[in-house]
Design a protein around this ligand. Sequence first.
Ligand code: IPE
Ligand code: IPE
Ligand code: MG
Length: 256
Amino acid sequence: MSIRLPFIKNKQKTSNDKQMEMETENIPNHVAIIMDGNGRWAKKRALPRIAGHKEGVNSVVKVVRAAYKSNIKVLTLYAFSTENWKRPKPEIEYLMKLPKEFLHIHLPELMEKNVRIQTIGDFESLPTHTKKAVQYAIDKTKGNDGLLLNFALNYGSRDEIMQAIKQIMTDIDGSKLSIDSLDEQIFSKYLYTQGLSDPDLLIRTSGEQRLSNFLLWQLAYTEFWFTDVLWPDFSEEVFQEAIQEYQQRQRRYGGI
Ligand code: IPE
Ligand code: IPE
Ligand code: MG
């Protein structure tokens, strides 16, 4: 803490003031994270892959708390992709139990923090027990207007675009929509992310530098940040590192 001397009339900005400004200026509105590396984290410890997923849940808790503290409005977490069904059945079954476990423990804290839970993806094709737990949390938190915690569950961007196109064709057929009125804004309303602003910052852990079918449309002008840190090792410090780097970026959107 700096000591403010009473005789300084024209207050100069101290390095502490600058630090404070830096922390609150240009905070991303929407952060999306590809939470990757659970399996490798477990492998390094000679543990089964599911041990990595279990540990990964703790990182979810950490990142939600960090996003809440940083006043981020939307946090989208890629939890299960449409391609993850290719994995061994026991691993899938374990992953499908995690939302319930997470919510059972943390829903009270999320309520207290005024967090609203939402999902993107093909919700209907999830196992009934998963849907039930998640739907309960969605309903319970729907009146909250703080951080929007958006889980990408059984999400695939190509699947999202395909279902949007099919719905658009149906609406054109049923005269609910005309081809002439279709534009980017209306198209966006047919995506799972309808109503959400595009992510400002995308984080991917574990050293992979690819999108793995995540938000292909929505990431058109998003800033990307990659780290070698494996998801179970993710921490508030790593999150802050990403935010600070984002704050230095210059976004031009094709302008000058
Ligand atoms: C991310 O970790 C979690 C999910 C994709 C469900 P992985 O399970 O992909 O971990 P790695 O990439 O094999 O290390
Ligand atoms: C992306 O990770 C999906 C999630 C984090 C849920 P993957 O581990 O499935 O991606 P690839 O297979 O390495 O591209
Ligand atoms: Mg992976």
